[in-house]
Design a binder for this molecule. Structure first.
Ligand code: LRH
Ligand code: MN
Length: 397
């Protein structure tokens, strides 16, 4: 190995050793669209099976030590289910990660949860969020990751400003119940399921709500929650500049919140986002960013799609780390546009897969996790074990 090759490998090792990404429990379950759900025999439907699948992904990739939980899907009995989670964490060596309240499936949330005109329903929603904070405390989970579908479908049918006031009160209450090391991540989404206005529709609204709520509140960027024309990496740059970036939900999309696998439609998008992160890190900004996957695997094998996503994220993370930022800054300063673009995009063209494979081998991991999954027989085994079940599945995930 030449000196420059070993320097490159050392940088790759450092970069990949520092990269961990959280996987969603709901990514292993039978999910679908409003037009149907294609049941996979090997899909997980119990929390034990979701932890087992997460452990398999972590065994193969070495980069997914935590599993995001959606409370009503994974802990239907609330805090009562915490001991079972703790037992599964020990058994499978995967820790509970971000705790996600469910503020969208109860019938009474028809006109909203934290923003509902009914004080009684708002109270019910706040108490669910407080239960989730309690669960997070008991599990030692740092992030309370909050998304709410609240909004309206027709102009004039709700007071947008009144709902902001109710929402801010609820978030302030949630923030005041956090433990010192905990964070409240506020996720925005421009539309769906509401199609006229959504109460937390963009990064500006989420930023204001976070600032008002308190110092432990941050903004969560779900890459699928943007209009197609929006420049997501510019939003990330602003959230870095304002120290409000708390984390990401990574996925990909062609049209709307399609929840497709990361990098399947526009891998350059994730590269551009990671570039902003690496630049801020190299400029010494103190970053505290949670990298998480939020996808629904309706057609691909669920474990395979998750492994594929982690591998793609590692490759794009390393690619973006390899941008020569000193040289790029010089081109930017001298406005040498073509040189800057060729340097930037040229790094994206680089094939880093051999480097990532060497890192895996150096870490005693399978050089090709997808191949190892396919040849390891795990999917076939769990499909046999779980396959016998009836295809009817109750909750969404
Ligand atoms: C909403 C969302 C949110 C989760 C859900 C599974 O679209 O991105 O993060 O609660 O997906
Ligand atoms: Mn999300």
């Amino acid at each position: 190995m030449t000196q420059s090759e070993s320097a490159l490998f050392d940088q790759a090792v450092q970069t990949l050793d520092s990269f961990q990404i959280e996987i969603p429990s709901w990514g292993f379950a039978n999910t679908g669209t409003r037009f149907g759900k294609f049941v996979q025999p090997g899909a997980a439907s119990t929390l034990e099976e979701k932890f087992a699948d997460a452990a398999e992904v972590n065994r193969l990739t070495g980069a997914t030590p935590t599993l995001a939980l959606h409370v009503l899907w994974d802990l239907p009995n609330g805090v009562e289910d915490v001991p079972e989670v703790q037992q599964l964490e020990c058994r499978f060596g995967v820790r509970a990660g971000s705790i996600n309240p469910n503020l969208f499936q109860d019938q009474e949330y028809k006109f909203g949860s934290l923003c509902n005109p009914s004080a009684e329903i708002r109270e019910h929603a706040v108490s669910h969020v407080l239960d989730c904070i309690e669960i997070a405390k008991l599990l030692g989970s740092r992030d309370l990751s909050l998304w709410l579908p609240d909004g309206s479908n027709y102009p004039g049918t709700q007071s947008i400003r009144q709902r902001v006031a109710w929402l801010q009160d609820a978030l302030n209450t949630a923030h005041s119940n956090l433990a010192p090391q905990q964070r409240l991540l506020i996720e925005y989404k421009p539309f769906e399921p509401a199609f006229y206005h959504t109460d937390i529709a963009d990064w500006g609204m989420a930023s204001h709500l976070a600032r008002e709520a308190g110092p432990q509140a941050r903004v969560l960027v779900d890459t699928g929650h943007h209009y197609l024309a929006q420049n997501i990496e510019q939003i990330v740059a602003w959230l870095l500049h304002t120290d409000l970036l708390g984390g990401f939900h990574f996925n990909d999309r062609r049209y709307a919140d399609d929840d497709l696998t990361l990098g399947s439609i526009d891998p350059y998008q994730i590269f551009r986002i990671f570039h902003e992160i690496h630049s801020a890190t190299q400029e010494g900004l103190p970053l505290d960013v949670a990298y998480m996957i939020d996808q629904s695997h309706n057609l691909k094998g669920k474990i395979e799609a998750t492994v594929q996503t982690v591998v793609t994220a590692q490759e794009l993370w390393l690619k973006a780390a390899l941008v020569d930022r000193q040289q790029l800054a010089a081109c930017q300063q001298s406005c040498d546009l073509v040189a800057a673009e060729e340097l930037f995009r040229g790094t994206f063209w680089q094939d880093v897969r051999p480097l990532v494979r060497s890192w895996r081998e150096a870490r005693g991991l399978p050089a090709d996790p997808l191949q190892a999954l396919r040849s390891g027989g795990y999917v076939e085994r769990v499909s046999r074990e779980r396959g016998g079940r009836s295809s009817a599945v109750n909750s969404y995930a």
